[in-house]
Design a protein around this ligand. Sequence first.
Ligand SMILES: *Cc1c(COP(=O)(O)O)cnc(C)c1O
Length: 495
Amino acid sequence: MNLLYKSTRDAEHTVTASEAILKGLAPDGGLFVPVSVPKLDVTMEELKDMSYQETAYAVMKQFLTDFTEEELKHCIACAYDSKFDTEVIAPLVKVGDTYHLELFHGATIAFKDMALSILPHLLTTSAKKNQVTREIVILTATSGDTGKAALAGFADVPGTRIIVFYPKNGVSRVQELQMVTQKGDNTAVVAIHGNFDNAQNGVKALFEDKELERELAEKGFQFSSANSINIGRLVPQVVYYVYAYAKLLQNEEIASGEEINVTVPTGNFGNILAAYYAKQMGVPIAKLICASNENKVLFDFFQTGTYDRNREFVLTSSPSMDILISSNLERLIYTIAGADAEKDQELMDGLRTEGRYEITPEMKAQLSDFAGGFATEEETRAAIRDTYRSTGYVMDTHTAVAAHVCRKYREDSGDGRKHLLASTASPYKFVKSVMTAIDEKYGGMEEFALIEELEKVSGTPVPKAIEEIRSAQILHTRECGADKMKETVKELLGI
Ligand SMILES: *Cc1c(COP(=O)(O)O)cnc(C)c1O
């Protein structure tokens, strides 16, 4: 059966999976969603013995039904290869009483690699399938990790260019160095004077700019997105939840059919939405616990049913979660509104004009699968320190936010189910925050000295991604105002 996609803001039109991937964002500003979330057509017994790549095929073929078996298997093989430093791609590590699903073993040592290693292949395949001849310009706003993972994925991919916007003072030093040293003739990196929400709104505005679209078309270009608004990013993220459950079963950590909980450190709501889709596909997941840092707009939303971005934007030690407008939440809103595009549009208009919206009690009643929590900066540091002291395991700041929220949820709810935690970045990526959380004595040391200390403390070798930036040349120095993104894009494309 052919699964079609609709915009969250348009009840009429449908597109194929490959068209949705090509477009990224729907023309009306909405996000593409599958008309229904497909069920797995293999059993957990079968999944148990599958490799990551085999699991990826079993899951993704259900969503991307207009891809041939050969096309999809080719994309998967190109993505999940030796770029990952472990054959299992996403290892499960038991830390205390929680199973950490380590999603940071790819080229840029954050979980964005899980989807962005495959997106370029899905996109170029989609372009071929739809006879696209124009050059595809990937426009991306990043809170730090997406940018580098997208750059690494698209560098020198024929028929594509990539432009990344990041907030000048909103990313870690390692994140910034990773991006500005990116090689590839088709890559551009721009620091904007503003925060991530400014960057993301700017990119969305460019997508919706019909005049710019015409100009681009004349010059042989068209935009697409590598942000998690692209369904081609969301679908590959469903894979690792299915895989993790099957591995827990294989390792006899859980019984067949046993429900588990999942905690996800959340920013743009992409990763946790993928877990929700995994649940709808048939994975026995009970609660989805959404962990926020001090930018706790989602926590408040789950408490009250009101989404309100009118608040101070806080720069935290988990910068990839410093977000006040969680784009992917719109997909959940649409679902709990009963796939009502009009209602979705009304709420999103509220967000655009007033910065807030309130869901109906009927909608709120459908959020019972979710729980929300948040960690302050001090709680995040304490989670890193305490886990290190009790287990020797060193985790990054984002994962630590989730670890705190997970522990608190268990204490407060008394829910005794086994617990999976999405571990989203290597501690090496946020080495300064991690090391000073372990011991304040590291406060005065510079980045690369700390990297050596972390190697000693954690016993895990320095990843290749870190070695690479140590000596790499800085290739991108462009900056612009948050209101000058359009001019910058035109300049970069020579139009
Ligand atoms: C992007 C990111 C997150 C947040 O994921 P979302 O899908 O945006 O909710 C969490 N941790 C790290 C390290 C990230 O890079």
